[in-house]
Design a protein around this ligand. Structure first.
Ligand SMILES: [Zn+2]
Length: 339
């Protein structure tokens, strides 16, 4: 027995490891339940009573030494094989997977680029707004349904604080602090208290444009709209304006573009009309200019606004609006640029 302990002890002292698996192999060979040292403990029962004291002592020492040695080998191995010492500078870099821009960002950037070419600069504002910037300054009547709890998320403690329902609040803020000429485009997220479905969400994204200067006319608006439609949807695109109503513009219009699927002949997508509605627009109501400190007798302006989701749907034929906010990689990967 003593000889066996001696032999194992010598073996252990001579141990070396070259790969991490060796460490586990050593542990199994000597220290596991069926390992050699455990086996010795089993044999210990049959050691003669007068030798038990000496053998027991050596056996315990052996086990202690084995555990110690294993730890030594482990830290030695880690020292010599740590990452710092194992960097191979000549190795080819890992391929880094290319991400992709979100489709809404792609379209937003494109819209901003098109208006950028017309001289518009980007303006941004807070998503948590007050009643004045979202409604009152924009000529919303006290009893306008958009102020209703059904449509707007109000912050409970203060009915004056709300999540903006449109990016027109950025126009208000800009007009309050600047005098014409003002030529801005306001992209951003907006919130409405809507039931979530394939065609509506409680948040979506808008881009609005505002141009205020002397002698800005409806003809300027129409020309800007036509330019935008052709740049965005192709040079063959036609536009059509239909009279509409918004509190903050007078006159107001909705703009349709010729259906880019059937080319205006009529198909299921355009409900056989040949036209698809894409945005609202109009001449800025003089009340809005005055409320923001701009003299409506001197200046006039136009404004237009569109939902980025709507434009993205038209451009990429996305059927379900919820896809934009579900972070499904299979969907987002479709918008990867070529690389
Ligand atoms: Zn069509």
């Amino acid at each position: 027995m003593i000889e066996k302990i001696q032999r194992i002890r010598e073996e252990i002292e001579a141990l070396k490891v070259s790969k991490s698996e060796d460490l586990e192999a050593i542990r199994i060979k000597y220290l596991s339940k069926k390992g050699e040292i455990s086996q010795l403990f089993n044999d210990f029962r049959s050691v003669a009573a007068d030798q038990k004291r000496e053998v027991g002592k050596q056996l315990n020492e052996l086990k202690e030494r084995a555990v110690e040695k294993l730890n030594e080998l482990k830290s030695e191995f880690e020292d010599t094989h740590s990452d710092e010492q194992n960097i191979d500078l000549t190795r080819t870099a890992y391929p880094i997977p290319m991400g992709s821009r979100h489709p809404l960002s792609l379209v937003k950037n494109e819209i901003c680029d098109i208006f950028g070419r017309l001289g518009f600069s980007i303006a941004e504002g807070p998503e948590i707004e007050d009643d004045w910037h979202v409604f009152s300054a924009l000529n919303f009547a006290e009893d306008h349904p958009a102020r209703d709890m059904q449509d707007t998320f109000f912050i409970q403690r203060s009915p004056d604080i709300l999540l903006r329902t449109h990016t027109s609040s950025v126009q208000t803020r800009t007009m309050e602090h600047a005098q014409p000429p003002i030529r801005i485009i306001c992209p951003g997220r907006v919130y409405r208290n809507e039931a979530i479905s394939y065609r509506a969400h409680c948040f979506f994204h808008q881009v609005e444009a505002l141009y205020v200067d002397k002698n800005v006319s409806f003809a300027d608006l129409k020309q800007a709209l036509l330019y935008f439609a052709k740049e965005m949807f192709g040079s063959e695109t036609q536009i059509r304006l239909r009279p509409s109503y918004f509190p903050f513009t007078e006159p107001s219009a909705e703009m349709d573009i010729s259906c880019n699927i059937c080319g205006g002949k009529g198909c299921a997508f355009c409900k056989h009309t040949g036209w698809v509605e894409i945005l609202g627009c109009g001449m800025v109501d003089p009340n809005v200019l005055d409320a923001c400190g701009i003299d409506s007798k001197v200046y006039s302006g136009y404004a237009l606004g569109m939902g980025i989701e709507r434009i993205t749907n038209l451009k990429y034929k996305v059927k379900d609006l919820r896809m934009f906010s579900e972070n499904d990689v299979r969907f987002l990967e479709k918008f990867e640029s070529a690389h």
